[in-house]
Design a binder for this molecule. Structure first.
Ligand SMILES: C[S@@+](CC[C@H](N)C(=O)[O-])C[C@H]1O[C@@H](n2cnc3c(N)ncnc32)[C@H](O)[C@@H]1O
Length: 304
């Protein structure tokens, strides 16, 4: 198992119209250790990954491509399913990928190649490798600024009948508790003259099924699944810097006001549930397929 650091891709090699992702790379670097510590304790992203990967029917000798593998939670879930196959995993954060390599080594996984780079440079990173049977992206797809360009490259890297699966957290909007917390935080922000919409920029709406179809893929599944989470686990998750650090900086307010906001938010009772209760977090699951050249239905292609 090796990490291939492709180094910066020559901008001239980048497909026309592509751009660097706007997600905070440095933040992932600085969050990697805590993300991994959290994951080793709770196995949250591995559980989310199980829900994503299970319906795919990955076989022992399958070839799989993974996007944004992080510290390896989903990487290990996939790699264990295809011990005689191959998994190529792309990740942009050097620190996340360094930990992923250590995790794969201590799990005795040898069928994984970790590629260090941005998914917007996927075709250069793959250097002509194609014919994957599956492509998987666990808990990251909505972070890519140009999902259409990524889907195009994924489609090109899949063989006939290949499947692409990704998930999107839908609990941000659907969970009453989360909505209620946001309402309380928004009230504090407004009181201190911070416009809540600048703080929580509206997540852009992407019509994923249409986007997949536009890129020449057929939507096979668009459904939801749920993951249970301990209240303590959710509390620890919120402390991972990449999810918490927005409380560290406010544009346009003085340091003293920012401090006041942080203190008031900390004092809020955002988690009014009993200590041992369980939260149910819902995830949207999308699976799309590349048409088979023999005219067969992609949906019916289970071969395990
Ligand atoms: C929530 S983590 C999920 C990691 C992993 N899939 C898992 O199951 O634990 C999101 C990951 O997406 C990566 N990421 C975000 N944008 C990326 C991009 N444009 N290219 C490659 N990786 C990216 C981040 O560095 C981070 O490791």
């Amino acid at each position: 198992m090796a990490v291939r650091d492709s180094g910066p891709v020559n901008p001239q090699e980048r497909p026309k119209g592509s751009s660097r992702s706007s997600a905070p790379k440095a933040t992932w670097d600085s969050s990697a250790r805590e993300y991994d510590r959290f994951e080793k304790k709770w196995h949250y992203y591995a559980r989310v990954a199980e829900g994503l990967v299970r319906p795919l029917g990955i076989r022992r000798d399958s070839r799989v491509l993974e996007l944004a593998g992080g510290t390896g939670a989903c990487t290990l879930v996939i790699a264990r399913r295809c011990p005689l196959g191959e998994l190529v995993s792309v990740e942009r954060s050097a620190e996340m990928i360094r930990i992923a390599q250590a995790n794969a080594k201590s799990a005795g996984i040898s069928n994984v190649t970790l590629l260090h780079g941005d998914v917007s440079d996927l075709s250069s990173l793959l250097a002509g490798k194609t014919g994957f049977e599956f492509a998987v992206c666990n808990s990251a797809f909505w972070q890519f600024p140009e999902p259409g360009a990524v889907i195009d490259t994924v489609r090109e890297s899949l063989g006939p009948g290949g499947l692409f699966a990704f998930n999107i957290p839908s609990w941000f909007r659907s969970e009453k508790e989360v909505r209620e917390s946001r309402r309380k935080i928004a009230a504090i922000l407004t009181r201190h003259g911070v416009d809540p919409s600048t703080f929580w920029p509206r997540r852009r709406h992407v019509d994923y099924p249409s986007q997949l179809v536009k890129c020449g893929m057929g939507v096979i599944k668009d459904t939801k699944y749920r993951i249970e989470m301990d209240v303590k686990e959710a509390e620890e998750w919120r402390r991972i810097p990449v999810f918490a650090e927005r409380w560290g900086s406010f544009r346009g307010v003085s340091a003293a006001t920012a401090k006041k906001i942080r203190n008031e938010v900390r004092r809020l009772d955002l988690n009014p549930r009993p200590a041992n209760s369980r939260l149910r977090r819902s995830w949207r699951l999308l699976i799309a397929g590349v048409a088979r050249t023999d005219g067969g239905q992609t949906q019916r292609r289970r071969r395990s």
